[in-house]
Design a binder for this molecule. Sequence first.
Ligand SMILES: [Zn+2]
Length: 826
Amino acid sequence: MSMALGRATSGVRSLTREEAEARRALLDVTRYDIAVDMRGLFEGEVLESTSTITFRCHQPGAGTFVDCAAEVRRATLNGRELDLGTISEGRIPLPDLAAENVLVVSSAQPDTGSGAGILRTVDPSDKLVYVWTSFEADDARRAWACFDQPDLKAPHAFTVLAHESWTVTSNGAPTSVEEQADGGRLWTFPDTPSLSTYVVVVNAGPFHELREERGGHSLGLYCRQSLRQYLERDAAELFDVTAAGLAFFGEQFGQPFPQARYDQVFVPDMGGAMENWGCVTWSDSVLFRSPPTYGQRESVVDVLLHEMAHMWFGDLVTMQWWDDLWLNEAFASWASTWAAVNATAYTDGWASFLAGLKLAGYQVDMGPASHPIRGDVPGVEQAMANFDAITYVKGESVLKQLVAYVGEDAFVEGLRAYFRRHAWGNTRLADLMDAVGEASGRDLSGWTEAWFDRAGTDTLVLQGTQVLATAPAGGEPRPHHLEIGAFRRAAPEGGGLERIGTTTVETSGSRTAVEGLPEGADLYLLNDRDLTFAAVRTDEQSLGTMLGSAGDLPDPVSRALAVTTAWDMLMKGELSTDELLGCVLAVLRGERSPGVVEPFLRMALRAAEQWSPAVAVPAQLARLAEVAVGLAEDPDHRGPALRTLAAAASTSEHFTLLEAATADDNDLAWRVLARRAALGEYDPAAVEALLDRDPDPDARVRALGVTAARAEESAKAEVWAEIWEKRSIPAGSPLFGVAHSFWRPVQHELLLPWAHRYLDEVEGLGNGGGMLAVGSLMRGMMPTTADQAFVARARAMAQEPEQNPTVRAALLNGSDTLARVLRARG
Ligand SMILES: [Zn+2]
């Protein structure tokens, strides 16, 4: 999965680890035969299903329960009627099991509008209905009865009845599609391999479908009709990267993806993407409504390869329990960047990762929401709370460090052994570390404990010819395998920085001598090539060179390391916003690597508008606008440069330049209208005209983004109601766009009451059912301006004993960042 839809549910009980272990010890599931009736979703809200579960019990006479968080209409066990009155909290008791059992449960799920496992949506532009399912971690039980835990794997055979105008996609290719006498069509799918309940899927709707045969695989792409032009625009690259990824992973992992069919279904209003076996579902917000920038295309490739890596790591070999979910996600994230760099055109993937995503990992890790990568997960609910930047980003970084520590060849050899040994089974972290340890000849037990069981980020400092390492709270620093790049000015005045040497160091404890460090460098760059996860600090002379001349470094990873080190210093109060901007803007003036231009632009914009005192924001944005105007002259960077300019524009020259570019770019046009609205030039006629011109089904949301930017109480109130009361903004990027418009720190005085109102809304969320993507909503709408009272109240709310873990983590992390911002604003 990529990104989370953390949500709380009511009326159903979360499975505990002890319950899962007991049920696993008692049962083996032979197969699931699931008949789904989606005809009621064409005009109504109800999904019906009959789940037939064939399973063995190792202790005949014993009892257990099956999960079904839907309205159960009938249940029989071995032909006996089960008493529906015994059903409680989403569980059907199964007393007196035989050695061989057949359980048949018919159920109906009327809640198909909240996104809990199933979402039925109506496209606002053409009124067509689409339905998707997405079950991680334990939402399969909302669609049909099942033993909803990852280590009770079994083949699933689906039959799906759906309206005759609908296409159904599931984990494999349908074996038949038959017209029904009483209306609709019956789709029959073959047995899947032995799969966990959370990676099966059924989607339906009048999809637009594209197919290509590549490398022995039948590749499918699906989207809703209103987005077909965008899918067709991007299809060539999606097919290319899919084919390249399947070939690369098949080779590296030592076994090809074992079925012909590999589909990717782009669906409305989904917060991320999900690795359903052979049928990945994606949020269709990635089918960008204006030609995507390099960074946007790179992010799509990243998600594509991430979900694909899960076919092996997650689906083929699955974690025993959710306490290893981090490993699942960290691995897929690492494998995705690794494959992008080695098998696609996105060869700057590691630089992009460092300049962009990795900062989120550092940010969470330095605050009170940090936790060890590996955590205790006593119940499923806790697993979802751990879906954060520690899981994905720090986890990816630490696996990159592991690859550096044992060597890539040994790591890949270990992976092959792991997939070979455990195919179609379940594992724990130790199984992977054993395989990699054997392949590398290294005992990884101490390394594993140091990196996975301790929170926080070590700091590494080069002092003379020694690396000093410190761990948070006085702990023992971890072992770091890293490189130190030594750079010297080519000419005394100006000129680039030339690499005069690279030294590899493996640190041990708090003080490690460095052998062979070249003398006389102007800059020693710790953690060059970004092999480890650490805050790095350099000596005084190097610091001056790094801040003033980062743009002269010869490769994008080195430049990204310099800039992100400056960002880390800003976060920790060691550098002013002005100094950070000086560093990143100087780099941007000459930056040509597409992998880092966009993350650097985002960082500069964030610093200028969020990390500066309100009175200084216009001047800081003007500095950024000037750099963006320069970058826009380069055709390779024109798109992202103009988008940044649209956020920072302040002069009539800026708007003249932008207006010329908006004629054929609706996305940019919306951004310009929002910027004008923020500057007090709201133009309702221009909004109406653009609504008429823009075919995007989410155009209404973009218009709301323009309203959100206005410095008017009534405008803020209108948008607030859409977000919190009507819940009308699709999760993911549409929500983030509106939130960014809403929270304009330059409007600090106007926004302060709204920041407190945000906490009121969060308090009101409670743990009730039907909550739409609470995690996404909370993180998306976290204020970017507030005061100390907000920070104190958010921290107090986080400490409430009954607080939902997802809510707690979002409050802790968001308030920590705000506290740092307030300090930087002075
Ligand atoms: Zn994932």
